[in-house]
Design a protein around this ligand. Structure first.
Ligand SMILES: Cc1ncc(COP(=O)(O)O)c(C=O)c1O
Length: 395
């Protein structure tokens, strides 16, 4: 049978990370390839207690259909958290979604027709490249520098292509670990002002800042052309599949229609359980534990790289989040290195899938949240040996 699949699905790439994860089944492999939060921080007992309470006290209600926008007390909780950080929004501007990943799909549905223009960071989050690819847009990549998005390239791309949106992850970007400075956020908002381009600001990591000062979202400076996304995946647990989109009224109306059409509403039981968990537990204390753990892991990785890596290898030093980005000299290929690294029983994600145009890359993404410090040291030592073997062949 010849299935007549849509052009859109045929042009959407498969998740490369799933391909790499098959290597992690090999015993003794050290994987920096995953993108998972560390499961030791999942509050299993507290979530079980919250679930018991919800089911005992509000069981029938929590198992019923509900509104598309989401559970009001959970929306209020999110509003209060923003307020504590100096961001004024109302509950009506919050839509609870099935993970922030769903908000990317909904944003695509709301804004994109085939062939529309989208600006994305270079490198960019591959889950976003995949989510938007299904709408067959033209991607335009804008360089990411150590202090944030390249403002002159952004200005030029917006002027030239009048894109429907600019997708950005200003905090501890996946894959690079880079963060936009305050000045860069203001400048990006200034570029967007008086244009028809919306910023989709994807922010699953800002609460996982373990060094430096918290910075306001670009939304603070670009309120009306902004969709700000958040998630409980990295601060509570990704299996709950609960995130949110925060958008001005006119955009919200369209997101709600798209969400209704997609799945009516986000899992209501999960929303109720999460909300109960948030009421009964000190989430800030919980996040502080995650931050301390990730800082120790990130520091172990950076120290090991300082010790073992050849001098011409550079790497970012993230102040939060879960990833850092390693770059080899020009002309090297991280994809080729991966074949060598597998022999040394260490894996990572090569840079290629993080570029919308699929270019060759001499960079790679390393995740530090899922291995203990001793394993991280050993993994970096192995990676360093793999790099040395590969470099010797290249020269
Ligand atoms: C930048 C970015 N956006 C979105 C997501 C998806 O998060 P969620 O679990 O909220 O769907 C991830 C997950 O790793 C991510 O790194």
């Amino acid at each position: 049978m010849q299935y007549r699949f849509s052009k859109n699905i045929l042009s959407t790439p498969k998740s490369f990370i799933r391909e790499i994860l098959k290597f992690t089944q090999t015993p003794d492999i050290i994987s920096f390839a995953g993108g998972l939060p560390n499961k030791v921080y999942f509050p299993v007992d507290a979530v079980r207690e919250a679930a018991d309470k919800v089911l005992c006290e509000h069981g029938q209600e929590a198992l019923q259909y509900t509104t598309t926008e989401g559970y009001d007390p959970l929306r209020e909780f999110i509003v209060t958290r923003y307020k504590n950080r100096g961001i004024e929004i109302t509950k009506d501007e919050i839509l609870i979604v099935s993970g922030s990943q769903q908000a990317l799909d909904l944003s695509g549905k709301v804004f994109l027709d085939t062939g529309n223009h989208v600006v994305i960071e270079k490198p960019g989050y591959l889950g976003a490249i995949q989510a938007f690819s299904i709408f067959s847009p033209h991607f335009h990549e804008v360089s990411l520098n150590t202090d944030g998005i390249d403002i002159s390239e952004l200005k030029e791309a917006i002027k030239k292509y009048n894109p429907k949106f600019f997708y950005a992850t200003p905090n501890f970007q996946n894959p690079s670990g880079l963060t936009y400075s305050l000045e860069n956020r203001k400048s990006a908002a200034e570029v967007l002002k008086d244009t028809e381009t919306v910023i989709i600001e994807d922010d699953p990591y800002s609460e996982i800042r373990f060094l430096g000062e918290h910075l306001p979202p670009v939304k603070k400076f670009a309120h009306n052309n902004s969709i700000l996304l958040g998630s409980f995946s990295k601060i509570v647990a990704p299996g709950l599949r609960i995130g949110w989109a925060c958008a001005p009224k006119q955009i919200m109306e369209k997101l709600v229609i798209a969400k209704q059409a997609a799945d009516l509403h986000t899992n209501y039981l999960a929303q109720r359980v999460l909300c109960q968990y948030l009421y009964d537990n000190d989430i800030d204390k919980h996040i502080a534990r995650i931050r301390a753990g990730y800082l120790a892991q990130r520091t172990a990785m950076i120290e090991a790289m300082g010790e073992y890596f050849p001098e011409d290898i550079t790497y970012t030093q993230p102040e939060g989040g879960m990833f850092l980005w390693v770059t080899m000299p020009e002309g090297f290929s991280a994809m080729e290195l991966l074949d060598v690294a597998v022999k040394y029983h260490v894996v990572f994600v090569p840079g290629e899938p993080f570029y919308a145009d699929g270019r060759k890359s001499n960079s790679m993404r390393l995740n530090y949240t899922c291995s203990d410090e001793k394993t991280i040291r050993e993994g970096i030592k192995r990676l360093s040996n793999a790099i040395k073997e590969y470099a010797a062949k290249k020269r």
